[in-house]
Ligand binder design. Sequence first.
Ligand code: C5P
Length: 232
Amino acid sequence: MGKDVIIACDFASAEQVFGFLDKFTGKKPFVKIGMELFYAEGPQIVREIKKRGHKIFLDLKLHDIPNTVKKSMAVLSGLDVDMTNLHAAGTVSMMEAAIEGLTRPDGTRPLLIAVTQLTSTDQERMEKDLLIREPIDKVVMHYAANAKKAGLDGVVCSPLEAGKVHETCGEDFLTVTPGVRFADGDVGDQKRVMTPAQAKEIGSDYIVVGRPITAAEDPVAAYERCVREFVG
Ligand code: C5P
């Protein structure tokens, strides 16, 4: 499983995302397409970016009854994305149904990654709003273990949790980690951050990097620096 840098393409339109991707004339980076761009432009944006030679992580975080998730995953699999995700809170049966839907007739499928607890949910919100009274770290590891049990490939987590996830679920279970910043860069609204080199050290498999690349004066140079520090 190759380590890679995934650029979070948090743009609101096709025009903006293509303006950004046009700068990459050499290696085509692995990109993350989220809800904003997908809902604005529809599935065609995925086909077009794929046609340009990029690998795609489609970050739509599905969470519904197993049958609906299964059928929706079959549609996403047909879009030929390389990685997609769902909420582990949907239960093990929902995750198993997702794998079934995602698997193509030839047995291949995109990587499937679970979101455990969103980083916007803290201990207090989890207890008060969700009535989950266990410590949040335990909940995150339990959800990761459920994802593994259902046959998923890994979880989205903070780089600070990557080591523990590997301890709990094995070295082959993928950790996809946002919250990455250059040592000399702006932290912005991210609370707990790591540099690409630290994320590598702690064993992240993929780092998801948005603004440090998309808002850089020279995005290609920032991407290349990220790859140098993370992949080596
Ligand atoms: O610009 P920045 O590097 O902060 O972008 C990080 C990306 O990772 C964004 O697309 C953000 O939505 C996503 N993400 C995150 N924290 C999570 C899950 C996803 O920052 N816990």
